[in-house]
Design a binder for this molecule. Structure first.
Ligand SMILES: [Zn+2]
Length: 162
């Protein structure tokens, strides 16, 4: 019985502890430390505006940059805007633009095919939003960016990736 349990556990990809700790620590900050600070110390206008600006900057870098500019090249833009998106994407801590966009192209190509879509919704709510980042599900495919030759030629994408 013990060996059966062991073989089931070892068939799951290994846990990515850096990612698990990152989400645990930032999650605890968001649900405990931030409200606690607000109750004990209060937030002033500068802090509220700074938080909203940071949130907007990170959000735009992912939606307009990683998603619309780099994953699906829906428009072209100037290099200085790409640099702003590249810095904001790093600030948002959502991996490099090359990695994010390559994953996202796989997702669109194989939507909800559980063996190929990196965050298939058919594997459940938890898996498609969080679980896919907590274990090494991509394995050897992790550094395969063959679906993004255009991004590999983009010096700003590669500068940010390095
Ligand atoms: Zn998309």
């Amino acid at each position: 019985m013990g060996s059966n349990k062991d073989s089931n556990q070892s068939s799951k990809p290994k846990i990515l502890w850096v990612n698990v700790l990152f989400f645990l620590i930032t999650g605890l900050f968001a649900v405990v430390v931030v409200p606690w600070y607000g109750i004990v110390e209060g937030y002033d206008l500068f802090q509220v505006v700074a938080a909203l600006l940071c949130m907007g900057y990170c959000g735009m870098s992912i939606t307009a940059g990683y998603h619309r500019l780099w994953s699906h090249p829906t428009y072209k833009t100037k290099n200085w805007i790409k640099v702003i998106y590249a810095l904001g994407g790093a600030f948002a801590m959502q991996n490099s633009a090359l990695h994010w966009s390559s994953d996202h192209r796989v997702h669109h190509r194989y939507v909800d095919q559980n063996d190929k879509d990196p965050y298939s919704a058919k594997r459940g709510f938890w898996y498609s939003h969080m679980g896919w980042m907590l274990r090494d599900y991509s394995g050897d495919r992790y550094n395969d960016y063959s679906n993004a030759p255009d991004l590999k030629r983009d010096p700003i994408v590669m500068w940010q990736h390095r």
